[in-house]
Design a protein around this ligand. Structure first.
Ligand SMILES: *Cc1c(COP(=O)(O)O)cnc(C)c1O
Length: 392
């Protein structure tokens, strides 16, 4: 039996690109092999282009959560005042991280099917001029919504507040401009919209973030979590803090190249189109979108609300068992399932496949949906313009 689903349309890790898969088979060389060092430097330069940043970028050995924890550890301090923008599970995680580092935390919240109102962020910063650090999730993949990281970044910049952005599910899938938007640290991973493997935290760091970390006595040193160590050893002196996961770096380098060859704009457009197709398909089935409006729906993943008599767990299990397609459940947030359309799975007919597999599974579970209408609506959203003339 072949292990794993035939189609991984989960909300990440997503289906890996063939080029990245081939790169994983590269021999494991010493991390100081000059060829590897060259490749690593090239990958960093490509990563900076993906992040649209002129600032430092780094790759840490560990899942993206490592990067998020490192960012908070470097910038949070006991007794400091933080503002967490919370519109989903990952936003709540960052709020807890700030508290775990001894910060006093205010939260600006939205329902977990919605985006946070930027005016309320501004009000909070005006009410508490001592707020020094803000956390926000750009694409809340746990429930398929997006926050306006651009506006939030600009508000924070006006108040001289350092911003940490969880961009794990947005990098490569939707516009992200840390330098222009005032986002001090952005954290991503290769396994979402880039279509790479899990195992690296991709981080961009602004000069202001470095300065504030340096001035923060609580920022870790001599630690796996230390961004400052990484800067001092690797960026400044060409010595790795530890052996990087060589195979993951080969694969990440391959997807960075692949994405840049395609072009960021083309890639954003593809994710937007796949998301629109998925939304049309879900509505066509007769289900409701979980997102409160199309405006806040994510390009990377779409959540479909389920009727009360079925649970996300049973639906996801049935789709997987019967149809070989891996979707994601509601992450404990609500009664919905998620269809990912990131990286490879934002191509081609993948969104249609996700809609049809979900629809047929629901029919099997005695939920009345119109699979044909879902398929037709999703497919029509992917269709090009009709050809004129020619034989009928
Ligand atoms: C995938 C993802 C992460 C990483 O979390 P995992 O639970 O380890 O997958 C963090 N934030 C966001 C927004 C993500 O999409």
């Amino acid at each position: 039996m072949r292990p794993g689903a035939d189609f991984t349309l989960a909300s990440g890790p997503t289906t890996i690109s063939p080029r990245a898969l081939a790169a994983l088979a590269h021999p494991v060389v010493s991390h100081y092999d000059p060829d590897f060092v060259d490749l690593y430097r090239r990958a960093e330069a490509d990563l900076a282009r993906l992040f649209c940043t002129g600032h430092d970028v780094l790759m840490m050995a560990g899942e993206a959560v490592l990067g998020l924890e490192a960012a908070v550890a470097g910038l949070a301090r006991p007794g400091g005042h933080g503002l967490a923008v919370v519109s989903g599970m990952y936003g709540a995680f960052l709020a807890d991280e700030l508290r775990a580092h001894g910060m006093t935390v205010d939260e600006v919240r939205a329902d977990f099917n919605d985006a946070v109102d930027v005016d309320r962020v501004e009000e909070a910063l005006e009410r508490h001029p001592d707020i020094e650090l803000l956390t926000v999730v750009h694409c809340e993949s746990a429930s398929g919504t997006v926050n306006d990281a651009e506006q939030i970044g600009q508000v924070a910049r006006r108040h001289d507040v350092t911003v940490i952005v969880d961009a794990v599910a947005s990098l490569g899938g939707m516009p992200l401009r840390p330098d222009e938007w005032g986002l001090d640290i952005c954290v991503a991973g290769p396994q979402k919209c880039l279509g790479g493997p899990v195992g690296l935290a991709l981080v961009s760091v602004s000069p202001r973030a470095w300065a504030r970390m340096e001035a923060n006595p609580a920022a870790p040193r001599n630690s796996y979590l230390s961004l400052l160590d990484h800067r001092d050893k690797w960026i400044r002196n060409g010595r790795f803090t530890c052996a990087p996961p060589v195979s993951d770096v080969y694969a990440a380098a391959a997807v960075f190249e692949e994405v840049l060859e395609e072009g960021l704009e083309a890639r954003y457009e593809r994710h937007a189109r796949a998301a629109a197709a998925c939304r049309a398909g879900i509505t066509g089935l007769g289900l409701e979108l979980w997102a409160s409006s199309e405006d806040v729906a994510a390009p990377a993943v779409t959540a479909a609300t389920l009727p009360d008599r079925v649970t996300p767990a049973e639906v996801v299990a049935h789709v997987r068992q019967q149809y070989g397609v891996m979707l994601s459940d509601g992450a404990g947030v609500g009664n919905f399932v998620r269809i990912g359309h990131m990286g490879e799975t934002s191509r081609s007919m993948y969104p249609v496949l996700g809609v049809v597999a979900l629809g047929q599974a629901l029919l099997d579970l005695n939920v009345d949906v119109d699979v044909g209408a879902g398929a037709a609506a999703a497919t029509a959203a992917l269709a090009g313009p009709r050809r004129r003339g020619g034989p009928r």
